[in-house]
Design a binder for this molecule. Structure first.
Ligand code: NAG
Ligand code: NAG
Ligand code: NAG
Ligand code: NAG
Ligand code: NAG
Ligand code: NAG
Ligand code: NAG
Ligand code: NAG
Ligand code: NAG
Ligand code: NAG
Ligand code: NAG
Length: 770
């Protein structure tokens, strides 16, 4: 190999990397010197027989309900009410939404893996949206939960299942509960147990994990308590102008004959379920549409739910008239699908230095390389792009919702297995087999994508490694085995995560495969990000399998980012091109074929009513002693003579609509508010109502019109800045902005306490433009 020289910048980066790796390893070994413990998570329902399917008469063996552990939610009997509502064609439907934001400071945002992309405030809250659907006689039920987070982690799911079991016995189980992340890249990290993600999160944050688990469970509890008989209608339609394929050259590796069957290199179809009760009162909706929620860039530091979250917001605000965002009974979920290669940055990739297109196999610019090649959204800035794309999705959903007329009827069923994904034998044809691999990430993983490039100037499409990085890796992490290198070809292995086990495995071996069906609708729960063509192949295979066993004309939807995160899944052909998505297909070239085979088994079991015969498979581990976050908790301080919430920079006296109000306060670390939740919002915008002589809250921190920025100072000092982008619809009058927080205080020899505070109001007038 030709001798290579390094620029001083590269040498600096290398030095930095070595230092960081050294520090990480030192910290890890310090923290884990005693451990390596892998403990089975005992609380998880593991081997209960799955529910009867297809209306078979198998008895529901649910253990009698245990008394709920809290009294917060009214203790509804958890055994199905078999006597009520027996004679109607639909389902029992329950919907629920709960806050699951976690901490909005001192934690990485999950998605871009960009060092230093810490949360520094909030644009919108994150919600868990739960839907419970049960048969009219109350026997079988399924739960679908869409959560405004990057992805569901295995730890999150295991903990949620364990708490559901404690509260409801065997009503909600591994087979009938689907947890799906919307894939926003602007939610907090820190809720993972596999080392790759723990490092990317810079630790495991119990604070955020607890907050998310509690929110998810609460959304299910709310849905559970408000179940009532209703009907589900399905509709489908295409959303135009919201997506591009971000690896179009990989897509072209798929066979011409296959591509010829589709009019686009992304899936434009939205599938939507509309839920109403028997009086026609609207309850909620679930829609699935394939799009990466990365309209917000890797330069963003405000926690938010991105484009699909904005679509939820618009729909819920419209249906929950008179409620603040995040409140009100109507629940609208915009769930993820086969979005692996789908970007919302529809203006496409351009070189930020020269402006020319960099739509090439390496997404690389002639001057400056890959780090100059960035895809832009349609708006002036990322906030506007998010709203433009979100509104397109919302508009189509609204149209489909209003015209939905085909009712979903038929029995409910669910099938689930845990699979050791490192060890699946794939039948290529009747005579030849291949194997999946132990997990590994390829070189192009480090390149990132046109939606957010990697820090180290790698390019996509690398089919050969680099001796420098190889030897650096060998020194720090050890050599990958010949077996793993061979198995992943043509991927050059950058990180052999499947062979890295300290302090805990770096990637999961055990993954979930799961299908639930409602009549002719099948929802496949995918543990990662399928590309467009991967999704098409899986849908077709599952549909054919159902058909082969007598379930004709099934509608199959891909539900993405479910249950456990395993990065990407490309087709075998796309894998050969080794762009980012292929380099991140961690179980090797035959990953998709393995999933197709596994999902066929589930489909067949449902169609032949033999779900009870499926083995549960190997139970995933639940690790103890995860690395704590590197950022310490320190006491908050206010400058001398001030206190938390004092106004540093007040609002001006008057504003016109369209202007931005800004107020700065003496702040405290907002992560405290993820532990002590005396206040549930960081801000309110209030309007004076002369008739009642009261201040009415018109916005909270879940509103897209408000932004809460936190500026971290030294030694516990900080400022909080609240913005209100005054909408054109604002009425003239008197307004005020308030800030709410919690400060950490610690007296000598006493445990820390987190005390709530409320700012003084900053008052101003809004006048019309003329
Ligand atoms: C169910 O409803 C149908 C009409 O909607 C009626 O014909 C039938 O008798 C009802 N069955 C029972 C058991 O109430
Ligand atoms: C995580 O937080 C919960 C609730 O605050 C607490 O009960 C638990 O002990 C914490 N776990 C660890 C490992 O700190
Ligand atoms: C990245 O690599 C390209 C060549 O691939 C080079 O032109 C560019 O200067 C490099 N950028 C940095 C920041 O090292
Ligand atoms: C998965 O299978 C591989 C190969 O058989 C085995 O080495 C590994 O221990 C298994 N993983 C788990 C978590 O059981
Ligand atoms: C099965 O696949 C292998 C490998 O792709 C190929 O060599 C063989 O010819 C195929 N056999 C049949 C019967 O198609
Ligand atoms: C660019 O992509 C091609 C595959 O399309 C690959 O052969 C080549 O090595 C890549 N170039 C670089 C610099 O990574
Ligand atoms: C198949 O289902 C679709 C809706 O998913 C429906 O429009 C179509 O009429 C059905 N076709 C047949 C043959 O039942
Ligand atoms: C499923 O299990 C039942 C009871 O264990 C058994 O009688 C039946 O033969 C099995 N069916 C299949 C298809 O394996
Ligand atoms: C209003 O306040 C902003 C700071 O929030 C300041 O930059 C601006 O100059 C003020 N405008 C007027 C008219 O006072
Ligand atoms: C807080 O705001 C004050 C006044 O605007 C400013 O002097 C100070 O530097 C700010 N401190 C931080 C930590 O941002
Ligand atoms: C939370 O805040 C309230 C109000 O300031 C306070 O009474 C309570 O002790 C705090 N809880 C904790 C755990 O610090």
């Amino acid at each position: 190999m030709a001798k290579r020289t390094f620029s001083s910048f590269e040498i600096f980066l290398i030095f930095l990397l070595v230092m960081m790796t050294g520090i990480t390893v030192a910290l890890l070994s310090l923290l884990f010197i005693t451990s390596g413990t892998i403990e089975n998570h005992t609380g998880v329902p593991s081997t209960q027989s799955p529910p009867a399917t297809q209306g078979s008469a198998a008895p529901q063996n649910s253990t009698p309900s245990r008394a709920p552990t809290t009294t917060q939610v009214s203790p509804t009997p958890s055994t199905p009410k078999t006597t009520l509502f027996q004679n109607f064609s639909g389902y029992h439907i329950g919907v629920g939404r709960a806050d699951c934001t976690g901490q909005v400071s001192d934690i990485n945002l999950m998605g871009f893996s960009k060092t230093g992309q810490y949360a520094r405030g909030i644009l919108t809250r994150l919600y868990s949206r739960a839907f419970i659907l049960a048969e009219p006689d109350g026997s079988d039920r399924v739960v679908f939960v869409s959560i405004d987070i990057g992805m569901v982690s295995q730890r999150l799911r295991l903990e949620v299942l364990s708490r559901l079991q404690n509260k409801y016995g065997s009503l909600y189980r591994r087979d009938n509960v689907i947890l799906s992340g919307t894939h926003t890249h602007s939610g907090p990290a820190g809720y993972f147990q596999y080392t790759t993600f723990v490092i990317a999160s810079e630790g495991f944050s119990n604070r955020t994990f607890e907050y998310m688990v509690a929110g998810i469970v609460k959304s299910i509890e709310i849905a559970h308590t408000n179940m009532k008989p209703g009907k589900i209608f399905i509709n489908k339609g295409t959303v135009d102008g919201a997506q591009i394929n971000r690896s179009p050259t990989s897509y072209l590796w798929n066979p011409q004959s296959e591509r010829a069957r589709y009019s686009s290199n992304t899936d434009k179809e939205m599938v939507l379920l509309k839920m109403v009760d028997l009086n026609g009162e609207e309850l909620g909706l679930i829609s699935w549409f394939a799009i990466h929620p990365v309209s917000m860039r890797n330069t963003n530091h405000l926690v938010n739910s991105d484009n699909v979250g904005y679509a939820s917001y618009l729909f819920e605000q419209e249906k929950n008239k008179g409620y603040l965002p995040g409140e009100g009974p109507y629940v609208a979920a915009f769930a993820s699908s086969n979005l692996g290669d789908v970007s919302p940055n529809v203006l496409g990739p351009h070189c930020t230095n020269t402006g020319e297109s960099c739509e090439n196999a390496n997404s690389s610019c002639p001057i400056g390389g890959a780090s100059m090649c960035v895809a832009m959204g349609p708006g002036q800035d990322m906030f506007e792009s998010t709203q433009i794309i979100g509104r397109k999705i919302y508009d189509k959903a609204k149209e489909l919702y209003e015209s939905a007329s085909q009712e979903v009827t038929g029995p409910l069923a669910s099938a689930h297995q845990w699979v050791n994904m490192t060890d699946v034998t794939v039948w290529l044809n009747s005579t030849h087999t291949a194997k999946t691999c132990k997990p590994a990430l390829g070189y192009s993983f480090a390149a990132g994508t046109i939606d957010g490039f990697g820090t180290l100037n790698f390019t996509q499409g690398m089919t050969e490694g680099d001796s420098f990085w190889d030897s650096l890796r060998d020194q720090v992490l050890g050599k990958p085995s010949e077996e793993i290198k061979e198995c992943h070809k043509p991927k050059p292995v950058l990180l052999h995560t499947g062979e890295l086990l300290k302090p805990h495995p770096w990637h999961p071996d055990i993954v979930d495969v799961q299908i639930v069906t409602l009549g002719f609708l099948a929802i496949t729960a995918i543990p990662g990000e399928f590309t467009t063509m991967s999704g098409r192949r899986l849908r077709q295979a599952v549909r054919e399998e159902f058909e082969a066993y007598g379930m004709l004309n099934m509608t199959v939807v891909i539900s993405g980012l479910c249950n456990v995160y395993t990065h990407y899944i490309t087709t075998y052909e796309e894998y050969q091109a080794q762009r980012y998505e292929a380099a991140s297909t961690i179980y090797g070239p035959h990953t998709l074929s393995a999933y197709i085979q596994l999902f066929r088994v589930l489909a067949k079991a449902i169609a032949t009513d033999t779900v009870a015969n499926l083995s549960s498979g190997p139970e995933p581990p639940f690790f103890e002693q995860l690395m704590s976050p590197l950022i310490p908790n320190i006491v908050d301080r206010a400058p001398a003579g001030t206190t938390f919430g004092d106004i540093l920079l007040p609002a001006n006296t008057t504003y016109r609509v369209g202007e931005v109000v800004e107020v700065t306060f003496v702040g405290a670390n907002p992560k405290n508010s993820a532990e002590n939740r005396t206040h549930q919002t960081f801000l309110t915008v209030e309007k004076y109502e002369a008739t009642s002589a009261t201040w009415q809250i018109i916005h909270n921190d879940a509103s897209w019109e408000t932004r809460f920025y936190w500026h971290k100072g030294l030694l516990g000092l900080s400022n909080a800045t609240i913005q209100w982008h005054i909408p054109d619809t604002a009425q003239p009058g008197s307004y005020r902005i308030k800030y709410f927080g919690h400060s950490r205080k610690q007296d000598l020899l006493k445990p820390a306490v987190l005390l709530s505070f409320e700012s003084s109001p900053s008052v101003f007038e809004v006048i019309t433009t003329w």
